[in-house]
Design a protein around this ligand. Sequence first.
Ligand code: 6YU
Length: 527
Amino acid sequence: MAPSVVIVGCGIAGLAAAGRLLQGGFPGRLRLLEAGDRSGGRAWSREFAEGLVEAGAQWIHGPSKQNAVFQLASQYDLLDEEAMSEENQAVQMDRLPPDVSTYYTSSGKRLGSEITAPVEELYSALYLKSREFFHSKTEPAHSLGEFLKHEIARCAEEWKDDVETCNLKLALLNGEFKLDCCISGTDSLDLVALQPFGEYVSLPGIDCVFPGGFKSLIDAMMKSLPKDIVSYNKPVKCIHWNGSFKTSETQEHSYPVLVECEDGETIPADHVIVTVSLGFLKEHYQTFIRPPLPDSKINSIQKLGFGTNSKIFLEFEKPFWEPECQLIRLVWEDESPLLSKRPDLQKEWFRKIFGFIVLQPMERHGHVLLAVLAGEEANFMESLSDSEVKNCLTQVLRRFTGTFSNNIMAMCQILTTAQSTYKLFYLGNPLIPQPKDIIRSKWYSDQYTKGSYTYTAVGSSGDDIDAIAQPLPLASTKAQPLQVLFAGEATHRAFYSTTHGALESGWREADRLNDHYLPFSSMNAKL
Ligand code: 6YU
């Protein structure tokens, strides 16, 4: 009897596993079960304004030869010339792509690079230092936040500036903390473990996007699979393993696994590849897999972090930002990483937004700004209505860009360039109009995701990622091997939290099965 495999989840990991099994000549039957009504999971391009926006994954992080998503996208010819260029692939990005940022403060001042550049430089240096502890036996602090704050306090003692400038530098640094909360998908950098932080691998290449959205990759991956292989709106309730299950058609053969769906259907299988998010596992591990997961896995599921990174897209009739501006950064002057205060979510959730990214090119998107925020504030934002969020962000934009001084600058600009109202509009206007439209992500409220992506929380390490990735039964038992396998971004030790991590994890588990049945098949697939 040909073996049968069920893949739970049709995100990138599930699609990768299915594609690789078929490509590797897996001799059995295959089915993908997806709780939602579409493929792609956390890669979700949605129509908005004049084009597509990414509710989830947006960039190929480190687009170069070692990046599996970049490789696949290149094979399918989905990237533009710039992303494909050797120069682009060779740049080692230590933290962020070089954006043209415009900084505004909460009192409406625009900051010059004489203050922002040294602060950016300081933070980048501390960030790089924080990644060096991975190989050292001791760590100066348990969390990334603690370490950075300690270093900042030490540096601040040596600043020779006046009090106002020192406070402004601290406020700028606080903005960097908010940005890093988004990058790590965490509520606070105090929750991110310091030592394992350096284990995440940053690949070379300047981050790039798919001109046709991540959708173009998902569509291409779907096309390579047989039709009707995916069952949508088919949430799995429980995976029963270590059993002996028969069906009326297959009395001869008994299966070790039975997949029980929410709609009552039961599907026997020899192997199940689970690709659900860590957020889903955290919430359902007690009932989702029976008999229960071994303690080692449960501990790791509980210890690793899974937070929310939220996106809010605003469409405007006309741009009020300068044509070359790529990022509008917000600096709350009364904030500092050295002052910790629990936020009043109702009144202050929007303070967690580090800035507004300008979607480019304009011809592809229209006039769209993307606000990004992480953590509890992001979770809270999901509970608000579109109009509440839209009104609130309009006030924020007006406050930061619309002061008298900015308008004076605008007037000067008009006088010198004689370009009439155009410049006045671009250099800060208290009457910034309400956005035309809004769309936002709700990953925390999505019951089949429960957040955005994984981070190594204080008390966890890369070993926990490996522990989750271990197939069941664990190696030492005599039961049928490889009954339940685990893929998904949370199972990739070097590339967790990314699409390339998800893709590689799906390939890894498919190879495990291909190797089990046809020892040379996965080798053939890779050649
Ligand atoms: C990337 C980026 N990016 C922003 C935001 C988000 C993510 N990522 P899936 O969840 O996709 O699939 C599982 C499926 O299972 C799903 O369809 C479910 O419906 C289904 N399911 C669940 N339960 C089920 C059940 N019971 N029955 C049946 N089906 C069920 N990645 O490469 N570039 O720009 C971003 C970003 C807002 C939310 C991202 C990005 C993460 C990826 O989206 C994500 O990893 C993969 O899509 C996951 O695929 P999957 O298949 O595993 O699961 C130093 C250091 C620090 C470390 N971090 C730095 C890295 C930075 C990551 N940055 C991300 C940033 C953005 C903006």
